[in-house]
Design a protein around this ligand. Structure first.
Ligand SMILES: [Zn+2]
Ligand SMILES: [Zn+2]
Length: 235
């Protein structure tokens, strides 16, 4: 895949200060890769070879469906179907174990997941360099709204390569952004639950109306697809 597709300036990712910066990083990468493979790279044999080999997970099948034309998705599927058929219904005597492995691999692998992960590491390395060298960027990092649970783990994992004297400062800052959000969500969810008590009739919802959606986003790094009104009784 062309390298420049995933080169994103770190400052562009960290400027907005809304939501988790690493979710924004992932969203940009997903968008660029899904747009690229259903557009400019449609006829590039090396990209097709990789999409045939890895396939897509549910999330990323949805992404290519949202970004590509129906014909481009069908062309990707055509060769993916042929390749999958050879693997999971091979000719001759093949041990059942091998078939199960092939199916499991098909269910687990994804072209976009793999490329996002690889490029997150590159971008993360650039971010660490920036954080270690520029006081101004440290400030921008500290001013992020929050860091979600998934990316809190990722940030701590990737940052271990940092200079030994810098790592504890970075880890503490990152933990603060993730921990404060979790604490705030805890308060908002408690307030939400109290609003269902008859004694709260007419009370202010405060920030609690979308506490469920924001909590799910914190845990999964993605906004939930189902949207309901704050006090909707769906059961
Ligand atoms: Zn995130
Ligand atoms: Zn995926």
């Amino acid at each position: 895949m062309r390298e420049d597709i995933c080169s994103i300036p770190i400052n562009d990712i960290f400027q907005p200060k809304e939501g988790c910066p690493f979710c924004r990083m992932r969203d940009m990468l997903e968008d660029r890769i899904a747009t690229y493979i259903t557009g400019a790279a449609m006829m590039e044999p090396d990209v097709r070879e990789e999409t045939n080999r890895l396939g897509f997970c549910e999330t990323h099948f949805n992404h290519i469906l949202a970004r590509g034309s129906r014909l481009s998705v069908a062309l990707i599927l055509e060769s993916l179907i042929a390749e999958t058929s050879k693997e999971v219904f091979p000719e001759g005597k093949v041990p059942a174990k091998k078939i199960v492995e092939a199916v499991k691999r098909r269910q687990h692998d994804c072209f976009i997941c793999e490329n996002v992960e690889k490029n997150m590491r590159h971008l993360f390395d650039s971010m660490v360099k920036l954080w270690e060298s520029e006081e101004e960027f440290r400030q921008i990092y500290a001013e992020q709204e929050f860091i979600c649970l998934t990316h809190y783990g990722m940030a701590i994992e990737y940052a271990q390569k940092m200079h030994r004297k810098n790592f504890p400062i970075f880890a503490a800052q990152t933990a603060k952004l993730a921990k404060n959000q979790l604490a705030g969500l805890g308060d908002d969810v408690t307030h939400f639950c109290r609003m269902f008590d008859y004694r709260s009739k007419g009370a202010d919802w405060g920030n609690s109306k979308d506490a469920i959606e924001r909590s799910i986003e914190y845990f999964t790094s993605r906004k939930p697809e189902i949207q309901q009104k704050a006090d909707e009784k769906n059961r």
